[in-house]
Design a protein around this ligand. Sequence first.
Ligand code: ADP
Length: 360
Amino acid sequence: MTGITVENIRALAQETINPHTNAPFGRNIRGVAVVDGRVAVDVVTGYPVDRHRQDLIGALETTLLGTDGVSAVTVEVSQQIASHEVQGGLAPLEGVKNIIAVASGKGGVGKSTVAVNLAFALQAQGASVGLLDADIYGPSLPRMLGLTGPPKTPKENVIEPISIEGVQAMSIGVLVDTNQAMIWRGPMATQALQQMLSQTAWHDLDYLILDLPPGTGDIQLTLAQRIPVSGVVTVTTPQAVAVDDVRRAVAMFNKVNIPILGVIENMSTFVCPCCQEETAIFGEGGGQQIASEMALDLLGQIPLNTTLGRSTDTGASLVQSEPESVVGQRFIEVATKVAARLAEQQHNRQVRMPKIKIVE
Ligand code: ADP
């Protein structure tokens, strides 16, 4: 009756498309067992999926239950987050598996809002996460998460991160007087930022989300050369004027060999707070156009949302306070894609260097 074997079930499972990466499961399929038409598959992802396991189970069940001779399918999903390569032979930071930088070509596009919510979204998916606010011109964590200093310094040159609901956070805003820092020259600013990064005692982080200062000037370039970053996401708004800023940011990260994981479009649509209907008030396709022009992935679109806007003044991220809302869910989806994209890099080196056309 059944001609199914472990080998053909393994091949089918490996070819099935993982909805988080849009690529075949491939080597994420580990154990496969077949007994009398009953199939068991073990999946190990390189990114956190606590809330989205069912997506993977569903995709594999659909493929395998549609195969002649398969009567039942059991899928186990677990996660193993690895440390990924960093640029220029830099040494990885102690206690941190991966630094993911969040960058933007200019201020005001919601870079910090995205960074904070990405951190809590990765935590919601089961990762151990830190958040470092290096935006010397407008540190956001003190306001967005109610972070106050000074932090504990258990010994000389060691700064304890401040735990916000389990996310290990540090901000340049709790270490220096930012009114003074605003007028620092580039070398002073980069030195202070680097010192904060290396002296903070991060504890066993899968991901450290780094909120970079906006723009592509000397400070940003120096940080991009000296901080061991596994990948960067750029944040933009849908307006056409943002294209040049993204292009400059992409050129800078290419120059220092930091892989760009993709683009997040913020304030792209409007979700009505009453009926949750989503409207593309600036027209559709802006973020996609930017991403395609630069051969990058559009990782997701975050709606313009009054609760999200207000949440940055209330000391709690929206993902913490409303994880089930449309916007909360969107952040968790985007964070999963970011981490899944990073997990793919070990075996997909093409992602490391997107080709771009620089038009001066
Ligand atoms: P940046 O870090 O790029 O300077 P911020 O994250 O500080 O930007 O955001 C700028 C302002 O826009 C903040 O007041 C924030 O609350 C608001 N904001 C950001 N994203 C959204 C959004 N999707 N919907 C509504 N308000 C937003």
